[in-house]
Ligand binder design. Structure first.
Ligand code: CMP
Length: 143
């Protein structure tokens, strides 16, 4: 079954949006298989955002993501990678539709509440960066 990595960023945690965000994915029908509230080290931030290293905002991005607790999660389900991207809305909240997480709660691109893997390859890489195998659970849904 497909898995994706989602993370409520420091702005989402500070704004008490963890429950709102977890609730949206629960109600959609996806399954939470791993989660933790954590601080991201500079080293982990630079690895996670490695593809943005040459961007002018890279320093800002690392400073922001390490500025306070994040809520890291792994979700499982049919087509969950693309579906979660749809539910998050466009990266820049200026372009994200009402009804999406960023469309409903964010205003600027640097503080866009949530991160989600953009492909199967990113999901695999990001899950491995943030979670040990034994931190991911496998369980049957009873309902
Ligand atoms: P995310 O999905 O976490 O992946 C990379 C992040 O870079 C993105 O969300 C944005 O929060 C951030 N980002 C993109 N463009 C800018 C920008 N111009 N200034 C600051 N941050 C940006």
């Amino acid at each position: 079954m497909e898995k994706t990595f989602l993370m409520v960023k420091p702005d989402g945690v500070q704004r008490n949006l963890i429950g709102e965000i977890v609730g949206r994915f629960e109600r959609k029908g996806f399954q939470l298989v791993g989660a933790k509230l954590m601080l991201i080290s500079n080293e982990l931030a630079e690895q996670h955002y490695g593809e943005h290293k040459e961007r002018p905002f890279f320093g800002e991005l690392v400073d922001f993501i390490t500025s306070g607790p994040v809520f890291a999660m792994v979700w499982e389900g049919e087509n969950v990678i693309a579906a979660a991207r749809q539910m998050m809305g466009a990266t820049n909240p200026k372009d994200s539709q009402p009804g999406t997480i960023r469309g409903d709660f964010a205003v600027i691109v640097g503080k866009n509440i949530i991160h989600g893997s953009d492909s199967a390859a990113s999901a695999e890489r990001e899950i491995a960066l943030f979670f040990k195998e034994e931190e991911l659970l496998s369980y049957n849904k009873l309902i």
